[in-house]
Design a binder for this molecule. Structure first.
Ligand SMILES: Nc1ncnc2c1ncn2[C@@H]1O[C@H](COP(=O)(O)OP(=O)(O)OP(=O)(O)O)[C@@H](O)[C@H]1O
Length: 246
């Protein structure tokens, strides 16, 4: 059996006196495309921060087979946070500069850029369909385009696992499908394992492989085929009153 990239067993977390995660267990294997879904405030971002080592939780957490406390290869995990695409039009950095800044994770802040930096920037931009925008100012792009640039920035350090927190926030509704198509291509063609956090249960899930439904605890975890067999009313009920069945 392959070693899971992420393995959580009975993970619990409390902010001061506010319990947020209760006995969460799940695993992400190489090649998976996992959607972590749940309503606002259900603990999704907190769980990601625990996986990224930014918050310390109770329970067992292993990354690439190692206990998180021993894990050193942080460059294996690319992360794009929820509010990464909040630039105003006056922001001076170009797409090239933003993507290239992702190389410092691998090269180290004060080391020179590798000689093939430009080529790597181009490859990362091609993978997200943004190569034509290399010399544009990041602030002049749409929310969805900026999000793609931030994914390219994460890809440039050649991660094995890409973690995306609500990547379609700020993406125009008519571009959401092509955004998911791009992620699917990264998963299938570039063999990238992906964890995607979203509170959107209407997202086009046809390209993902697994779903974990979180609301403080895991209410469902399984393949997309198993998820699709769930009665819609059940999913809406898990969401509480924030979403109505159609
Ligand atoms: N730094 C913090 N200190 C205290 N409580 C926090 C902190 N960050 C989040 N919380 C609380 O923890 C709970 C879970 O928050 P979290 O951001 O993990 O949820 P989420 O599922 O990602 O929500 P959303 O979909 O709205 O982004 C919420 O009740 C939130 O108010």
């Amino acid at each position: 059996m392959k070693t899971p990239y992420v393995e959580l067993k009975n993970v619990s977390f409390t902010y001061e006196s506010n319990p947020v995660l209760n006995n969460v267990s799940l695993s992400v294997e190489e090649g998976d495309f996992l959607a972590l879904i749940g309503p606002n405030g259900s603990g999704k971002s907190t769980l990601l921060k625990i996986i990224l080592g930014l918050l310390k939780a109770k329970g067992e957490i292993k990354l690439f087979g190692e206990p998180i406390s021993d894990f050193q290869h942080h460059e294996w995990i690319g992360y794009v946070s929820q509010k990464s695409n909040a630039f105003n039009s006056g922001f001076p950095a170009t797409v090239k500069e933003v993507v290239q800044s992702g190389l410092t994770k691998k090269a180290g802040l004060f080391k020179p850029m590798p000689k093939d930096a430009k080529q790597k920037v181009m490859e990362a931009l091609k993978a997200v369909g943004m190569e034509k925008f290399i010399n544009r100012r990041i602030g002049e792009l749409s929310g969805g385009q900026q999000q793609r640039v931030f994914i390219a920035r994460a890809l440039i350090s050649e991660p094995k696992l890409l973690v995306l927190d609500e990547p379609t926030v700020g993406v125009d509704i008519k571009h959401v499908q092509s955004f998911y198509d791009m992620l699917s291509e990264l998963n299938k063609k570039h063999h990238l394992t992906i964890i995607l956090v979203t509170h959107d249960i209407e997202a086009p899930f046809n390209q993902i492989s697994h779903v974990a439904f979180l609301n403080q605890r895991i209410l469902f975890y399984g393949s997309i085929d198993e998820y699709n067999l769930l009665p819609k009313e059940q999913i809406y009920q898990w969401y509480g009153h924030s979403v109505r069945a159609v």
